[in-house]
Design a protein around this ligand. Structure first.
Ligand SMILES: [Fe+2]
Length: 378
């Protein structure tokens, strides 16, 4: 089932990163390799993950970014951005080495059921959280979300591996899966697995994804060429409906200005915001909570630096800079419009795909992280 080689993907990711007009480090091949890298995680006693710090603390993010991002003048911004880019480049290079190391190691068979955390965030909203290493090194985790609509059907966002426990949980919710939503251009790898289990479900995604999957399908056994039922585009997004039942419960915003083409949803009845890469919230504690301590990844300097750019703690300056200079770069005006629309929604909980779910006070965190997009960057 696994692809024979990882390095071509890694190389292409690296090349994408080097291209200034393409989007580098949220371009998630990781979901594609989720199971494989989970297996790698289970073999952390090999040389693949020989980092320098113990796994139990997450010291880096705030400390690192605070010292690098304190100044406000634009000259310093350029310097810190350059530092950031250099670091991420280095991280990607390291990843190549790491992946090659993964390839050469024997990946043991494993079962994501062993580590998946299934959580009732509300009586109608359930998350499926799993470990995941970005670049094969940075523990960002992965998370799918199932929502029971008021009509009793189920919508599944950002599908992760459909494990036996996940199937049982879906069955306990009534088993009527009618919507499978790829929340951006990258969180789609497990769509086919879910679609074959729940063939009546509509596929929902963003422009470019059907073509991307059709291109990948012949060489990737995990990806089918199933047609999408709803595709958001920059042009149709304001008027597009999923269907009557879905739209009764959800607001949606297609953040076409984001490099990964994010789809963001509000489940109105429970005031829950569901999104993929628009806003991380590292460290990924829950997603690694079932991983045995000895097997947890041990982030080094570069990994902690990246994690610091994806933390909502404190003034979240690293994340603000990341969103401003990187994530919103393709079309900041459109990005800002999207953020303003989302800010107008009534939510209290935020479910990200990477890092911790925020239960209560989510709006305040959102306002802080997107301050520059809401109020302008001074
Ligand atoms: Fe992601």
């Amino acid at each position: 089932m696994l692809k024979a080689s990882v390095s071509p993907v890694v190389s292409s990711n690296y090349l994408k990163y080097l291209s200034p007009r393409s989007y580098p480090f949220l371009s998630h091949y990781h979901h594609h390799h989720q199971q494989k890298q989970y297996r790698a995680l289970r073999t952390t006693t090999t040389t693949t993950f020989t980092f320098s710090k113990p796994p139990t603390h997450h010291p880096g993010p705030r400390t690192l970014t605070s010292s690098l991002f304190l100044q406000r003048n634009s000259k310093t911004s350029y310097i810190t951005t350059a530092l950031l880019l250099a670091s991420i480049t280095a991280a990607v290079v390291y990843q190549q080495q790491s992946q090659q190391s993964n390839m050469s190691s024997k990946l043991i068979p494993s079962n994501p059921d062993d580590v998946m955390v299934i959580r009732d965030v509300t009586p109608n909203v359930v998350t499926f959280s799993v470990p995941f290493l970005r670049f094969g090194r940075i523990p960002i985790g992965g998370r799918g979300t199932a929502v029971k609509l008021t009509n009793g059907s189920i919508a599944l966002f950002s599908p992760v591996a459909l494990t036996e426990s996940a199937k049982a949980k879906i069955a306990s919710m009534g088993n009527d899966v009618r919507y499978l939503v790829a929340t951006d251009i990258e969180h789609h790898i497990f769509l086919s697995q879910w679609k074959s289990a729940y063939p009546g479900a509509k596929l929902v995604g963003v422009e470019g994804l059907p073509e991307k999957r059709a291109k990948a399908a012949p060489s990737d056994p995990q990806i089918g060429a199933e047609p999408f039922d709803v595709v958001f585009t920059k042009e149709n997004k304001l008027g597009l409906k999923v269907d009557e039942d879905f739209d009764r419960d959800f607001e949606h915003e297609y953040v076409d200005g984001h490099a990964n083409k994010e789809l963001v949803f509000l489940y109105r009845p429970d005031r829950v915001l569901i999104q993929a890469d628009l806003m991380f919230n590292l460290p990924a504690v829950e997603q690694y909570s079932r991983v045995p301590e000895a097997e947890k990844p041990k982030p080094g300097f570069l990994e902690r630096f990246f994690m610091g750019l994806q933390s909502t703690e404190g003034d979240a300056k690293g994340m603000k800079r990341f969103l401003w200079y990187m994530a919103s770069k393709p079309d900041r005006a459109s990005f800002d419009e999207s953020v303003r629309r989302i800010q107008g929604w009534d939510f209290d909980t935020i479910i990200p795909c990477h890092g911790e779910t925020i239960v209560g006070g989510g709006k305040a965190v959102f306002d802080k992280v997107f301050e520059w997009h809401l109020n302008g960057k001074n």
